[in-house]
Design a protein around this ligand. Sequence first.
Ligand code: SAH
Length: 410
Amino acid sequence: MGSEQDETISGGERPDRGADEAPERRTAEAFGQPSAEAPGQPSVGAPAERRPELLGQPPNDMRAALAGFFERRGEPAFRAAQVEEWTFEHGARSFDEMTSLPLELREALATEFSLTPLETETVARARDGTIKHLWRLDDGQRVESVLIPTRDRLTLCLSSQAGCALACRFCATGYFGFRRQLRSAEIVAQYRESRRMARAELGRSISNIVYMGMGEPLANLDEVIGSLRTLHGGFGLGARRITVSTVGLVPGILELARRPEPFELAVSLHAPVHELRLELMPIEKRYPLPDLFAALRTYQSHKNRRISFEYTLIHGVNDEPELARTLADLTYGLTCFVNLIPFNPIPSRPEWRTSSRARIERFSAALSERGVGNAVRRPRGRDIAAACGQLRLASRQSSGQSRREIDAQS
Ligand code: SAH
């Protein structure tokens, strides 16, 4: 394939990421223009002119976009409602599928608007039922999403950017750097396609969405909010079933606090003290813990919702019980819950290991003793590199098997 997407960490084509290179250079893009491309990474095959996308818009905006179109053609207003129904209820991928509309009208719609087709590059199935999709975007970029079934939930983990600029030291996505922002429609299209598959293959609906795939959602704020409003207002997912996960971008947290919908917030913390967090997450330099926690207190005063923290446990790095006690002090007065994630090893950091079970339990107990609710998360989809922070690891394998299914069970 020859694109930079084919890199694997072990492939000898490591981008040179010195420890002190990030985050300034790379985060500049994340805070910059909404659709900025990473320098030197031109899009391959991006359509010169993209038709207006209907998919990533909440119902009111979609209706407004369609109103003029139908009016000009002397069509009744209920046509817009029909398009809405096909989009949100049936997850139509093309206007062709909208068979209750006259053929001529479907053709006219297709020349005017786009429904953001998303190509499936590969589907990988893990032994534990986790399903990972690698999607190909219209300019050749690729992003992943993961379906995670449990007994009572079917959770979809979505990507909000192609790549990520935040360069967290333990994350495979961060290691590869930033490619580009996803548009709202591209985020929503991951849901549309996944829902179709889940309905057809699993006979289940998606019950929960987490913005925990590739990218930093709050560094793509406008498009992510567009997608949140569409998933909630258009596709009818309860706001409390949608979780936005962030490294802790303060302006984005404050913006979510101001919004009317009670979307859930998760914060990737990973360390409760400045020096250690700075080592693990360069964003700590820009928004240090006191600023982050001030924003979280504001958020909670607006929303009165429990905040989740993600804490990845790396052996001997951030898993001392003393740090659990510091974490308890740090979160004092906040209603929160800590998700302890056993570190998923990545090849670029061979010296980092998953904390032992005993150490994880000690850390968890130290939190509990101080009244901080917590749970140890079971890694899902490990055999297909679908677990937290691993989403870039199987890229070469995946792209080499374009359009074929990789079945981890076979
Ligand atoms: N950028 C957002 C969304 C990504 S969520 C955020 O950071 O919150 C993905 C979660 O998995 C984050 O909490 C991230 O820190 C964590 N993670 C990344 N790499 C990991 C790894 N190798 N092992 C375990 N968790 C990891």
